[in-house]
Design a protein around this ligand. Structure first.
Ligand SMILES: Nc1ncnc2c1ncn2[C@@H]1O[C@H](COP(=O)(O)OP(=O)(O)OP(=O)(O)O)[C@@H](O)[C@H]1O
Ligand SMILES: [Mg+2]
Length: 132
């Protein structure tokens, strides 16, 4: 499989495709079935946030290595309105959209490494990694 997989997210069909493709990508990168589904769940939350809050954006999947470990890195970026208070956005049950507010904190729990970079007017970038 190619080193990087990039997909534009603009609608519900793109969301579904990226969830499916991230499962397959993780499996090919060497993850077992259960962790590949956890990765797909994280992808689902992140790309749904794009649709809900930014309208459109992009997901990039790549394989990564650290010392003797292999894993996957997922970057989800948009040029939407950004997040004013990232700490609040990371707390359980914070939602400006009237839903559960468990997406971002849930993704952090599912993955091994998590980074949220966002500011008002500057879009949002979430970068996560999981090791096999
Ligand atoms: N890509 C984004 N652009 C702008 N704001 C975002 C983005 N992603 C998340 N947020 C903000 O961070 C908050 C928390 O996101 P999170 O995914 O945890 O919860 P939610 O989407 O509101 O609810 P849930 O994911 O449980 O349905 C959102 O309510 C929103 O205010
Ligand atoms: Mg969400």
């Amino acid at each position: 499989m190619s080193a990087e997989l990039k997909r534009t997210i603009r609608n519900e069909a793109d969301v579904r495709r990226s969830v499916l493709e991230s499962t397959l990508y993780s499996r090919e990168a060497g993850f077992a079935e259960t962790p590949s589904h956890l990765i797909a769940t994280a992808v689902s939350e992140l790309v749904r946030n794009i649709l809900k809050y930014a309208g459109s954006g992009e997901i990039r999947l790549r394989r990564v290595k650290k010392l003797n470990r292999r894993g996957i890195e997922i970057e989800v970026v948009d040029d939407g309105p950004g997040i004013a208070d990232c700490e609040a956005a990371m707390s359980d049950h914070f939602s400006s959209g009237g839903t559960l507010g468990l997406g971002l904190p849930g993704v952090k729990r599912l993955m091994d490494e998590f980074s949220l970079e966002s500011a008002p007017g500057e879009g949002t970038r979430v970068t996560v990694r999981k090791w096999i």
